[in-house]
Design a protein around this ligand. Structure first.
Ligand code: SF4
Ligand code: FES
Length: 662
């Protein structure tokens, strides 16, 4: 037994513990039940609810298990008469002011207070006075408040301070007058605010969009994967009678812990948006009409055939969004290459392709561990907090354990909720100048040659930043979405890589969408086939496809007028095209203007597939509900389209066969 290992006895059972652990951590690990409200293993200890009182031998009165460090030889009873008396007394005290409105509370059925009251509550109350009531205020469109139910556990406050990075909730008043809320009536703006709903142990904070739409026990709960950022957060889709009612996080400590960003939690609301495309449609004489799948696919196939025959396959551009499934990308590139076209890409937001021929999707299996363990982060062109909120949470986790230094080289002064130690804010061109100046100020950088570099560009701030980076024990460099979308991305990427090399650290490359790694692996780029194999002839990249204004466009899960680096050029090219065939879950006004055929595809809750995340992990997901209207999984639509176009190698019988081919 090491010096740090202690032995304690809990309910007659001998347990090993580490020095410094709290009693509740040891009992939790051993599966011993201790009731609690304020304690949460992802938050600091507040010890304010007293629900976790336990009986410790030689202690004059029960002690809170969440705030009592273990001691060698400690004898603990969690369910002795003294412990139970204390727990029941606290429960009775907490219920004095609780409205007990479970029948009309959205938390009912999944409420910690309700569950704990079942075990520790009494059948009646001796309290005869009036209950306290608290007026609830609106704190924004996502979280509904019913503050009379609040038990002042402060989990929401600690979440804001420790995880979210902004103290949006707080407490005022004392005793019975304590009020929890936002300061001076502000709304909640955190990009991960929905997690407070999960943390609240009562129905004080509930989901506003979900409110009164279903009871929790009626819901079917299916696992799935988030589609908004490259980490592939694990989530659960809750549905009732074929309708998605809400989305909540699914615990995966290696990826999203227990958190979910608001965009992944609440974007399910778009599934029933007015512009949802639910029927195949074709344009005739400038007017849209609903068509059967057979007819719409036939028209789409004819348009594509006509382009190939009359204009040549090289006049067809194929563009996909960065969050389609691996199977969709694989089949799409089979179809396009089967037509004889080489023009396929998913990188619509990339601003510069000059160095991309040799580049691939750089999965980084250590990305999350690195951010959690680092003591220095260099952000290059990244608003990490908003773009990849759960990666930013990892940096905040690191901050709880150690002093993490931050250097940012950004095109805007983003509100990161942390004050950087050094911030270089300038135009996209200036980012590369600052990055080069920091590299040239690193020790042993004399031999490094950077084109166009002049010593006069280096200032004291660059030298100080370089010193900070070189003194760090565990630095990391993150190149983010703003760099990706800048018109000198290739240079920034090379420089970021050089800095990582000089600092002997990990370079974390972030991308748009949830599955650009899968798109690369499937060959949805103009210069790589499946498995990133070489291609005989390189096609046009996304930017070139719009700049050259081709005759025909095949779009999959993308709205180029919104999703492109140069949306003006994209829209113009699409409007001038001879034919545009769109496979999408939504139809925008612009799309109705430029498209000729609209084929409705199923969004992620309505089809099965797989994606590859930033860590390089392939994650499968299954359809949670049936496709709405006539929508169909994109791979099925592509498969039939390929059949109509007589393209070989696309006749997969089912998703399993297709997944295996990918
Ligand atoms: S609102 Fe909920 S999480 Fe916040 S203090 Fe009250 S009970 Fe705790
Ligand atoms: S859980 Fe220990 S005091 Fe609240």
């Amino acid at each position: 037994m090491s010096e740090d290992t202690l032995q304690i006895e809990v309910n007659g059972q001998t347990l090993q513990a580490r020095k410094g652990q709290m009693l509740i951590e040891v009992t939790d690990a051993a599966g011993v039940t201790v009731p609690r409200f304020c304690y949460h293993d992802k938050l600091s200890i507040a010890a304010n609810c007293r629900m976790c009182l336990v009986d410790v031998e030689k202690m004059p009165k029960p002690v809170p298990a969440c705030a009592t460090p273990v001691m060698d030889g400690m004898v603990v009873r969690t369910a002795s008469e003294r412990a139970l008396d204390a727990q029941q007394a606290v429960m009775a005290f907490l219920l004095i002011n609780h409205p007990l409105d479970c029948p009309v509370c959205d938390e009912g059925g999944e409420c910690d207070l309700q569950d704990t009251a079942l075990g520790y509550g009494q059948t009646g109350s001796s309290y005869r006075e009036s209950k306290r009531t608290v007026v609830s205020k609106s704190i924004g469109p996502l979280i509904a408040t019913e503050m009379t139910r609040c038990i002042h556990c402060t989990r929401c406050i600690r979440f804001g301070e420790e995880i979210g990075g902004i103290q949006e909730m707080g407490g005022t008043g004392r005793g019975e007058q304590v009020r929890i809320g936002t300061y001076v009536g502000k709304s909640i703006d955190s990009e991960i605010s929905g997690n407070m709903i999960d943390l609240c142990p009562v129905g004080a904070l509930t989901s506003k969009p979900f409110r009164f739409t279903a009871r929790s026990w009626e819901l079917t709960r299916d696992p799935s994967i988030a589609v908004h950022d490259p980490i592939g957060s694990n989530l659960e889709v809750h549905s009732l009678l074929g309708e998605v009612k809400r989305v909540v996080p699914r615990e995966n400590d290696a990826i999203n812990e227990i958190w979910l960003s608001d965009r992944d939690r609440f974007s399910y609301l778009g599934l029933t948006a007015d512009d949802r495309l639910l029927t195949p449609q074709i344009k005739e004489n400038g007017d849209w009409r609903v068509a059967s799948w057979d007819e719409a696919l036939q028209v789409a196939a004819e348009k594509i055939k006509s382009l190939v025959n009359n204009r040549g396959a090289e006049e067809i551009a194929t563009l996909a969004g960065p969050s389609q499934s691996n199977e969709d990308y694989f089949l799409l590139q089979q179809l396009v290459r089967g037509l004889g076209s080489k023009n396929i890409d998913h990188r619509l937001r990339q601003g510069d392709f000059s160095g991309s021929l040799g580049a691939g999707a750089h999965a980084n299996p250590q990305a999350i561990n690195t951010l959690q363990a680092c003591d220095m982060v260099v952000l290059v062109g990244s608003n990490l907090r908003k773009d990849q909120p759960l990666l930013w949470v990892r940096v905040r986790n690191a901050l709880r354990d150690r002093d993490v230094k931050l250097v940012v080289i950004n095109p805007q002064d983003y509100d990161l909720t942390l004050t950087p130690d050094h911030a270089f804010i300038g135009s996209p061109d200036q980012m590369s100048v600052d990055l080069a100046a920091v590299i040239k100020s690193m020790p042993d950088s004399a031999g490094i040659v950077i084109d166009g570099w002049q010593e006069s560009l280096t200032e004291d701030l660059h030298r100080q930043a370089a010193e900070l980076i070189s003194n760090a024990q565990f630095p990391c460099v993150v190149i983010g979405n703003q760099a990706f979308a800048s018109d000198n991305y290739s240079l920034l990427r090379d420089l970021a890589s050089l800095l990582a090399e000089k600092a002997t650290c990990n370079l974390i490359e972030l991308s748009f969408g949830a599955n650009s790694h899968g798109a690369w692996q499937a060959g949805a780029v103009p210069h790589r086939g499946p498995g990133q194999s070489a291609v005989n002839e390189v096609g046009l990249n996304a930017q070139q496809m719009f700049d050259k204004s081709l005759a025909g466009y095949l779009l999959l899960g993308v709205e180029p007028e919104h999703d492109s680096w140069n949306s003006g050029a994209a829209l113009q090219a699409l409007q001038q095209a001879e034919s545009v065939v769109v496979l999408n879950a939504f139809a925008t006004d612009a799309m109705r203007d430029y498209a000729d055929v609209l084929l409705p595809i199923a969004p992620f809750t309505e089809h099965s597939g797989s994606m590859v995340n930033l860590l390089g992990q392939r994650q499968d997901y299954r359809a949670n509900v049936k496709p709405k209207g006539a929508a169909r999984p994109a791979w099925k639509v592509l498969r039939v389209l390929a059949d109509q176009l007589n393209i070989d190698g696309c006749d997969y019988e089912d998703l399993q066969q297709l997944s295996a081919a990918f």
